[in-house]
Design a protein around this ligand. Structure first.
Ligand SMILES: [Zn+2]
Ligand SMILES: [Zn+2]
Length: 79
């Protein structure tokens, strides 16, 4: 069983989970340093300073290391 860390839905295969992660409404932020996705509320406490919720990762800063998934989609579409 594979569980989405953001919305806690479970999937039977890793593929189903990875497809879901692209569409998951709870995974709006993307970390450039570790490549993970997570909900915005997991990355900030005050809505101002953003850090990657992964303990091993020191990515921080919205629009620096942490990007909104919607912005990434827009950026890749222009290539
Ligand atoms: Zn999810
Ligand atoms: Zn990270």
């Amino acid at each position: 069983m594979y569980t989405c860390r953001n919305c806690k839905r479970t999937f039977r295969t890793e593929l189903a989970l990875s497809l879901h992660r692209d569409a998951c409404a709870e995974g709006q932020l993307f970390c450039r340093v570790c490549g993970d996705r997570f909900a915005e509320r997991r990355a900030t406490r005050d809505g101002w300073h953003y850090t990657c919720p992964n303990e091993e990762c020191d990515g921080e800063g919205l629009t620096e290391d942490l990007l909104r998934v919607d912005d990434v989609r827009i950026a890749t579409r222009t290539r």
